[in-house]
Design a protein around this ligand. Structure first.
Ligand code: PLP
Length: 356
């Protein structure tokens, strides 16, 4: 149990127009901070006014990217209550990322307590409008002021909060995806399964190329053979071929184990829809598209929940999937997950953690 000191802002900020939130542009009045040192362990848990963090220019995070993060949301139900979706899964994943990046773990119950406490302090910032939520961004940075390459001895764990708009204010429109054949996001043995900022730095060039092609996201292929499908942008990816839902397996450690991915698999199993976690080559997808057995494709992640893929751009080839419409499985998953998240449907899976 953390002893969290709370220092409230003197004057709360004016809240943004909740109909024009977008993603990650506005931040609440407060943030959670906690420090780590070898002598004291994790200590000095506190909630303070949101604002800049002072760091030495030689702080290790600036040079060697010893940084990791998480992303989850707080949802407001029609009754006005606030709830989290499977926060235990994000917290376990955060600690798994800590292990990969040589960062000391934080006890899971302390992380949950910190998240709940800071959301509680800024609960007026959880928006009410349909499809909106409060995005929660926990992160850890290495702060030792020295340039030697080794794990830091000091860290800051922070949680910031951002009210975010409905991803689908204009309806769920399938997106165009660019198949990246040259650059890769990660390799076997690398940090693909870790939620590390460094992975994103390495992926920007592919994202930029996708945007230059008029696409929304990159479809990443594996780093060894550039043959098997890894992920789509910052989402896990699913293809429905001949009625079977297929998603890349996690075994090689190059795929981020998404909470949304896991939830989709659990729901599909519950509904008796055939679902396979296995290697899936881009050639198998192209073949299925040619012979008419590619039923649908979609990405999954906390931000959009489900993002249907309408077109794949691979070199000079363009493949249209499901007439550029959202597929029935994508729609059913979207409705089921969002129904539970905003409390419209009963929490039959036991996924909800109530805050108040
Ligand atoms: C966060 C993330 C996802 C999605 O994970 P969720 O827990 O479903 O939000 C997928 N891929 C990458 C690379 C990510 O960073």
């Amino acid at each position: 149990m953390l002893n969290i000191k709370i220092e409230r802002v003197a004057t709360p900020k004016i809240k943004p127009d909740y109909s024009k939130l977008g993603f990650g542009k506005f931040f609440t009045d407060h943030m959670f901070l906690m420090n780590y040192s070898t002598e004291k362990g994790w200590h000095d848990a506190r909630i303070v006014p949101y604002g800049p963090i002072m760091l030495d220019p030689s702080a290790m995070v600036f040079h060697y990217a010893q940084e990791l993060f998480e992303g989850l949301k707080a949802y407001r139900t029609a009754a006005g209550n606030i709830q989290l979706f499977r926060p235990d899964k994000n917290i376990d994943r955060m600690n798994a990322t800590c292990d990969r990046l040589c960062v000391p773990q934080i006890p899971a119950e302390d992380v949950l307590q910190a998240i709940k406490a800071v959301v509680e302090v800024d609960k007026d910032w959880v928006p009410y409008d349909e499809g909106t939520s409060l995005y929660i961004r926990p992160f850890i940075i290495a702060t030792d002021p020295m340039l030697g390459v080794h794990p830091s001895h000091t860290y800051i764990f922070a949680i910031i909060l951002s009210p975010v708009g409905s991803y689908y204010a204009a309806g769920i429109n399938p997106v165009k995806i660019y198949v990246e054949r040259e650059y890769v996001r990660c390799v076997k043995g690398g940090t693909g399964r870790a939620k590390a900022g460094g992975n994103y730095a390495a992926s920007l060039i592919g994202q930029k190329r996708a945007e230059d092609m008029g696409c929304a996201q990159v479809l990443w292929l594996d780093g060894v053979e550039r043959k098997y499908i890894d992920e789509v942008g910052a989402m896990n990816v699913f293809f429905v071929i001949n009625g079977t839902v297929i998603t890349p397996e996690l075994t090689d450690g190059n795929i981020l184990p998404g909470v949304t991915r896991m939830s989709c698999i659990e729901l599909l199993k519950k509904w008796g829809v055939p679902v396979e976690e296995r290697k899936l080559s881009i050639d198998e997808v192209i073949e299925a598209q040619k012979n008419g057995t590619l039923n649908e494709a979609f990405g999954t992640g906390t931000a959009a929940v489900i993002s249907p893929i309408g077109e794949l751009y691979d070199g000079d080839t363009k493949m249209v999937i499901n007439n550029n419409e959202i597929g029935s499985i994508a729609k059913k998953l979207y409705d089921a997950i969002t129904g539970i998240q905003w409390g419209k449907d009963a929490d039959i899976m036991g996924w909800i953690e109530k805050i108040d």
